[in-house]
Each structure stands twice: as C-alpha cells, then as structure tokens.
Design a binder for this molecule. Structure first.
Ligand code: C2O
Ligand code: CU
Ligand code: CU
Length: 563
C-alpha cells in the first residue's frame, strides 16, 4: 500500500489555546441540562421516570452545532471535559471553529457541488482517522485505516461533494480502535443539501435544527461518577457492547417540546452494536409515520410505516405529523420488542457430536464451549436488553401552530425499480463465526490490512449475496465508496418478512440508495453495486465490513480493491 501522507501541525501554543477553550467550555452554564418540561405538573415532579431533559437541538455553535464550512476547516479530535449532556462527563469530540464560533462534533452542512477541505488534527493518545460514512471520495479521502495518523499528527482531506442530498455522517476508522473512539463520542452528521431536497423543505416549511432534526441514538454505560465506560468483555467483543441506556444527541431521558405540525427526523443509529426496532407510541398505540429517506437520501415517494429496524450505521429520514395532537399530549419514540436473534450460542452446539454432547456440556462435564452463552452474558453485564421494549425520546406537543402543508406524493427523482441483475453468478459472502478462533468472518476471512481478497472491475455492476449463517447473529454490512441497491431478501425471519413491500422480499428501507444493509441469521440479501460510479481515479482500496463496531474491530472486514 502507498504510504499515507502525514504532516505535523499545530504548535504547542495552539494546543494550549485549544485546551484553554475546552476548559472554558466546561465552565459555561449548561442550557442543555435544563429540566424538561418546565411546565411539568407538580404531582409528577417526584417521579424520576417523568423527569425529562431537553433533547439537545443543533444550534449555531457548541456540541452538534450546525456548521456550514465556508472554506477549509480543522477538526481536532480530543477529550473535552464536561461536554456530555447526559452527565456532564468528559467525551471525545471533534473541535472546530469558524467566524468566532466554537463547535464540538459539528453537524457539517454542505451544498452538493461544494469543495470540502478539512484537516484532522489528532489530539488523542492513539492513532485515528476520519471516515466520511456514505460520502463520495476516493480511498485516500475515505479514511482507510492504513492512513491513520498518530498523536500530534494531522491528515488533510479535500474533495468535491458529489453526493445527492442526504444524511451522511463521520466517525473514526483506525483499525482496532473504531468502536472505542466512536463510543466515547467521536461522531456527527455530514448533511448534504441540493435543489431537490430544498424544494421539499420549502414545501413542508422545514428548517434544519428547528423542525428538521438530526438525532443520533447511541447507547452508553456509566460509572458511579457518570463517566462513560467502554470496557467490553470477551463476550462483548464477540457479540457487541450494549449500553445500559440509550441517549439521543448525548442526552439521557430526552424530551422534545413540539408544535402541531410536521417534523422531519433524521435518525442515525450511532450505537456500536445495538439494533433498534423503532416506532412512535401515542397512548400506548403505534402511530404511523412517513419514511422519506434512508442512507443515500430521499426515496422516490413516502412510505407509510408503523415501525422500522435501524442497525448501527444506518439512517432513516421520516416525517412525523403531530397535527392530530392537542397541547399536552405526547408521542414517544420507542424501541418495540423484537427477537434480537443471537443464535450464535448454537454455533457451539452445532459442533457437538449429538444431543448427549450438549447434555454433557450443560452439566459442565469438562467441555470447553467455543461460543459464550450470549443472552446470559448480555443480561449479566447490566446492559439494556437489545430486543426488549423501552422508551427513547418523549415528544410533547406544547404549542398550536397553523400549518396546512401536505406531504407530496413524489419526493425526488430517484428510481426504486429492482436493478437489472448482472448475468454473472453472485459473489457470495457467508457471514459466519469461525468456531476455532471465535471470530466473525466474511467469506471465511478476517481483516488483513495488506490483503485484497475482493477484486472488482469498475466497469461491471456486481451482484453480491450476503448469507447470514443460521447459527449467527444479525450483521449490518457496510461498503465504503459506493452505494448499492438491495435486490432481494430471501429466507428472512418472520419479523422481517412481514414487513416486505414487494415480491423480492425488500423492506421499505431497502428501496433507496444504501451503504449499510442488515443481514439477519439465515437470511440471504443480494445487493447490486455499480462500481463505475463515482468514477474515482486509479486503483482504489475500499472496505467492506460489519458495522457492529466490535465485530469490525475484531476483524469482520475485508479490503475491496477496485481496478
Ligand atoms: Cu461507518 Cu467503515 O464505517
Ligand atoms: Cu446474544
Ligand atoms: Cu457483525
């Protein structure tokens, strides 16, 4: 592999001034910690479950502030004390500044066609690199782990924004450290806008940060002092690290004060491992919403849904119409119970000679089980169970608004036809556990930075088949550099199959452009990727990996060479 270009930047003086800014920030009053709602009825005041913290909304600066780069920007990855809204704990964040405003993890807002230039400065104690998830850019821009830079070093990015409008994001990608760094806070949105998308925003009178809300959902664990804890056990590394609660934009038990109108929510699953089955509950009953976009921007038309699976790395954009509610009424964004399908426990059993062997194991007759007992391990760690029902964000209508817009039948010019399948037989990627080493593999392989086990020709579209092992668990499979179309799902478990919207078994969330697709145990998902677009110059080395970040760090990842 070619040597990454590295440069040393930032003098000690600059570093000190950054550190001074960071600690000054910790002393600022924390409007994000304001109690919600302020008008809570007195009889509820004593009930902890009714205490809600204001959902941090992206403002013009600060954490998750909306930043529209006017020129080259610098993103400094560093630990920032006092930043996490949930507990006031330290978190890792990308610090940036523009026009006298300071941002942490800025939500970057870019116009399609704009030139994007950013310098990553690493003020962490270990290597890092930024990956722009879903954003077009050649492999030097995409944050391939071979380009990770060490402490005190910097990495420069420069590329034109060629994506259609959409909710993309950015996070670290140093091999073996991605999960920890993302978990401790390094992640935010990269929102691209274009004429088509702005027309929709005008039609629905939506304003980014006010009625068009980017919300990152991420589960965390805390110690007694409220500090973030990332301490995966061996079992967690194999199954994914689950938090004890789910934060929205860094806040715990978040609440949003709303008006009687349509809101657009851009939801990102920023968990390292947790899958959501999201729905909105009103008086305990599901309330429908309109799915309008996913990983690669707007769909062709809205789809009315009552629930949606959202796996790590995936995004959905949806419209929630609150006109039917009266001030004082609430809707709760919740996780609905589902089967999290951790079938990996059975992988160990599959290796046993017969049922007697299993009986012997359960009696502890000296057998070493290759796979840990997943569900018990999750529960024992004090984590919030993945497939259980829980509330995430409470939306309370507090204002009447005269609002008479209607959701257009056509959202964009995107085609959602099943793509023409190439004649070549599909390339098959079996997603299975290597029982000898207890590692998740893709086609039997784990990551080797210097190997390119998948070589594709850029002129031909490729048909890939992800085959989820029956004795496995769900894996959200992500490809860098390109979007793909989901062609079909076969062998889907009932909870997935019942949501199919066409004869190919596709879900509503499969219809647009995808960069991450969830593959359930026993399921076969075929996707078509046109490797000729975007037309990157020269040979490329992108990544295909599982976006369960513990899996990724453990090597569930392959280089994909594009010739
Ligand atoms: Cu969002 Cu390679 O990942
Ligand atoms: Cu499990
Ligand atoms: Cu996985």
């Amino acid at each position: 592999m070619p040597k990454p270009s590295r440069s040393l930047t930032h003098t000690r003086r600059e570093f000190l001034s950054l550190a001074a800014k960071a600690s000054a920030l910790a002393l600022l009053p924390q409007p994000l910690l304001a109690l919600w709602p302020s008008s809570a009825p007195a009889q509820h005041a004593g009930h902890a479950e009714n205490a809600r913290q204001a959902l941090p909304l992206p403002g013009t600066e600060g954490l998750y502030g909306l930043m529209r780069p006017k020129g080259p920007i610098t993103l400094t990855a560093a630990a920032v004390p006092g930043l996490l809204p949930a507990t006031g704990a330290q978190m890792l964040a990308y610090g940036a500044a523009q026009d006298g405003r300071a941002y942490q993890n800025p939500i970057l807002v870019l116009q399609k066609g704009q030139e994007f230039r950013a310098r990553l400065v690493n003020r962490l104690a270990e290597p890092t690199i930024i990956h722009w998830h879903g954003v077009d850019g050649d492999w030097r821009q995409a944050g391939h782990p071979s380009y990770a830079v060490g402490p005190g070093e910097a990495y420069d990015y420069a590329f034109p924004v060629t994506n259609r409008a959409g909710t993309y994001w950015y996070h670290p990608h140093p091999h073996g450290l991605t999960a920890k760094q993302a978990y401790l806070g390094l992640a935010s949105f990269f929102i691209v806008r274009d004429a088509e998308e702005e027309a929709l925003s005008r039609e629905l009178d939506l304003t980014l940060g006010v009625t068009d809300l980017p919300i990152v959902l991420a589960d965390k664990r805390f110690d007694a002092q409220g500090a973030l804890v990332y301490a995966p056990s061996k079992d967690d590394l194999s199954m994914g690290y689950l938090g004890s609660e789910v934060l929205a934009n860094g806040q715990r038990q978040p609440g949003l004060s709303a008006a009687t109108r349509i809101y657009r929510l851009r939801l990102l699953n920023g968990c390292t491992a947790r899958i959501f089955n999201l729905r909105f509950l009103r008086d305990g009953r599901p309330m429908s919403f309109a799915l309008i976009g996913n990983d690669g921007g707007l769909l062709d038309a809205p789809r009315t849904l009552e629930a949606v699976f959202l796996a790590p790395g995936e995004r959905v954009e949806l419209l929630l119409d609150l006109r039917g509610l009266k001030p004082g009424e609430e809707v709760t964004l919740s996780n609905a119970a589902f089967d999290s399908m951790h079938r990996e426990d059975m992988a160990g059993m599959a290796g046993m000679e017969n049922m007697e062997g299993m009986a012997g194991m359960s009696h502890g007759a000296g057998h070493t089980a290759p796979a840990p007992a997943g569900h018990d391990a999750h529960a024992a760690a004090g984590s919030l169970e993945e497939g259980t029902a829980y509330d995430i964000l409470r939306i309370r209508v507090e204002r009447e608004e005269a609002y008479d817009r209607t959701i257009p039948a056509r959202l964009s010019s995107l085609s959602t036809a099943v793509p023409a399948l190439p004649r070549t037989p599909p390339r098959r990627f079996e997603l299975a556990l290597d029982r000898h080493r207890n590692l998740w593999t893709i086609a039997g392989l784990t990551y080797d930075m210097n190997a390119a086990p998948v070589v594709v020709e850029r002129r031909a579209p490729e048909l890939w088949e992800f085959a989820g092992a029956k004795n496995g668990m769900p894996h959200p499979m992500h490809l860098h550099g390109y979007f793909f179309r989901v062609a079909a799902r076969r062998g889907s478990p009932g909870q997935v199959a019942e949501r199919a919207v066409d004869a190919s078994g596709r879900l509503a969330t499969d219809l647009g452009l995808k960069d991450t697709v969830l593959v359930w145990p026993g399921e076969n998902v075929t996707v078509v990727t046109d490797f000729s677009q975007p037309a990157y110059k020269g040979e490329q080395t992108f990544l295909l990996h599982c976006h369960n970040l513990e899996h990724e760090d453990q090597g569930m990842m392959l280089n994909v060479r594009v010739k």
